[in-house]
Write a protein that binds this ligand. Structure first.
Ligand SMILES: Nc1ncnc2c1ncn2[C@@H]1O[C@H](COP(=O)(O)OP(=O)(O)OP(=O)(O)O)[C@@H](O)[C@H]1O
Ligand code: SF4
Ligand SMILES: [Mg+2]
Length: 324
């Protein structure tokens, strides 16, 4: 694999009244050129903070990156000057968040906001950048792009606003798009449309995508490889087919069991009992030990490292010691 992004032992902490919360606690993974990777896990496990850390957008204070490296095309984004980083954000990596309304400025038209982004990043004049912005609206399948160009954010539906945000994110032709729950705030049919759009754009533009979601069904359709995150660490890594066929971590097993099954009686959704632990109060040994149905003595005495299984898989579970 030709590596585009290599995150190594990334650590991000928040200073809180009760102590230092290690929210991202040694996360390592790679994304190849043009590859689509899913980052999944329950709410609060550190997915968004991981994404924000890669972009160096963690609010400081209370947050700060406490260690590790983020190599993008071989350059460590954690050590380059802020000025350089701004160029990376505008030109090489883009991020789309869950709620587009908070990211769009209510007093400017959607078209003008996309045009400005294009003018800034591609150093184009007004006429040319407007033409490109309309082209971007078309690319993200906004109907009547010339007309919609003049709409203000509040005049658009949630789905259309998310398309505007995607247009803006793609206007610099990034090599990597980070999509953090890009459709969660939308209703189900619109969610599916946004996901289809992302898939189509990814194919068309050949960029890599890091897709963050807690929806495993979305992951199954969209990505090539999956990272499962739990309580600040990656606990399983696998090609998507393998993950669904045979999960190698009890947490992944639990997530898969919580998926509604075809033909299952309504309401029989099994959830993993318990909650993601507070980063200030992790259980001893394995971070999943207080919820794990497979726990044994070893699990409480030490934290498991990531065990490699076969060529392309890994699991942070003592049951996989020795690669089995
Ligand atoms: N500004 C902050 N100050 C203190 N703690 C924070 C801050 N932002 C996030 N956290 C903590 O970091 C942890 C991880 O949060 P994060 O937003 O990354 O979770 P997530 O996996 O993206 O969840 P979700 O699926 O709900 O989006 C949580 O425990 C959260 O409380
Ligand atoms: S290390 Fe032990 S507690 Fe942790 S996931 Fe594996 S079996 Fe469960
Ligand atoms: Mg999040």
């Amino acid at each position: 694999m030709d590596v585009l992004l290599k995150v190594d032992n990334l650590k991000t902490v928040f200073d809180t009244e009760d102590g230092v919360a290690r929210v991202v606690d040694g996360v390592s993974f790679e994304v190849g050129h043009g590859e689509t990777v899913g980052l999944v896990g329950e709410s609060g496990c550190g997915k968004s903070v991981t994404a924000l850390s890669i972009m160096r957008l963690v609010q400081d204070p209370p947050g700060r990156i406490a260690g590790g490296s983020v190599l993008f095309n071989g350059r460590d984004l954690l050590t380059i000057p802020e000025r350089e980083m701004r160029k990376v954000r505008g030109n090489e990596i883009s991020i789309v968040f869950q709620e587009p309304l908070t990211s769009l400025n209510p007093v400017f038209t959607c078209g003008e906001q996309v045009r400005e982004a294009i003018a800034l990043h591609q150093k184009l004049g007004r006429r040319e950048s407007k033409r490109k912005a309309v082209e971007m609206f078309r690319l993200v399948r906004i109907p009547d792009p010339e007309l919609r160009y003049r709409s203000y954010p509040h005049q658009m539906s949630g789905g259309m606003r998310q398309r505007v945000m995607i247009a803006m994110a793609l206007s610099c032709q990034p090599k990597l798009l980070i999509a953090d729950e890009p459709s969660t705030a939308l209703d189900v049919s619109v969610q599916a449309q946004i996901m289809d759009l992302l898939l189509e754009l990814k194919e068309k533009l050949g960029m890599a995508v890091l897709l963050i979601t807690h929806n495993l069904a979305v992951v199954a359709q969209m990505v090539e490889r999956v990272l499962v995150m739990y309580a600040g660490v990656v606990v399983e890594e696998a090609p998507v087919g393998g993950l669904f066929a045979e999960p190698l971590h009890p947490y992944t097993e639990g997530l898969l069991e919580s998926l509604p099954k075809l033909g299952a009686p309504a309401g029989r959704l099994s959830m993993i009992p318990g909650n993601v632990p507070d980063p200030l109060n992790l259980p001893p040994g394995c971070r999943f030990s207080d919820r794990c149905p497979r726990r044994f003595d070893r699990c409480l005495s030490g934290e498991p490292p990531m065990f490699t299984v076969g060529r392309r898989r890994a699991s942070r579970c003592w049951l996989r010691e020795g690669g089995g």
